[in-house]
Design a protein around this ligand. Structure first.
Ligand code: S3P
Length: 169
């Protein structure tokens, strides 16, 4: 198995939950990139967006991802936008196995509505605005997500099954 497993996918696709379970199962460290950015900046993601702006967030995201490419035996849950800028998808593909957790826009919408995590990109959107936003953004982002080494269906995805697929790949 590759020493670095990058979980990628849209906001709300379950990268962090699945990533920590997967890491435990295969004996790797688990790193949630957003949490690492927050710890490094000593600011929450919403505060980074409001105080510094999205461009600065993307720069920090890129810096941290490049650093993580030197770690061994890690499962990394990336932020939903990380693969889609600064050639980060190619960087991840050349340093590890990338796994796209795919879900339909409807499924993402209902998960995001239920989620308690504050996400600046979708804050304050009505249900109607949210589905429209997901449809549009997902269409753009899938050009990047689909470059992943593996694409898996995010519905009822178990860490055991994913570990098995990774071993077979
Ligand atoms: C973002 C997704 C978030 C976080 C930031 C931006 C995005 O992470 O990195 O709010 O651009 O899709 P999750 O995918 O964990 O929600």
């Amino acid at each position: 198995m590759n020493s670095r497993i990058f979980l990628i996918g849209f906001m709300g696709s379950g990268k962090s939950t699945l990533g920590s379970k997967l890491a435990y199962r295969i004996g790797y460290d688990f790193i949630d990139m957003d949490r690492l950015i927050e710890e490094t900046a000593e600011l929450s993601i919403p505060a980074i967006f409001s105080e510094h702006g999205e461009e600065v967030f993307r720069k920090w995201e890129s810096d941290i991802l490049h650093e993580l490419c030197h770690r061994e035996k890690v499962v990394i849950a990336t932020g939903g936008g990380a693969p889609c800028h600064s050639t980060l998808m190619d960087v991840m593909n050349s340093h590890g196995t990338t796994v796209y957790i795919r879900l339909s826009p409807e499924e993402l919408k209902s998960r995001l509505i239920r989620s308690r995590t504050e996400r600046p990109l979708i804050k304050g959107k009505s249900e109607e605005e949210l589905i429209e936003y997901i449809n549009k953004l997902l269409e753009q982002r899938e050009d990047y997500y689909n470059k992943a080494s593996m694409v898996v269906n995010g519905i009822n995805l178990q860490s055991e099954e994913l570990a098995r697929q990774l071993l077979d790949s």
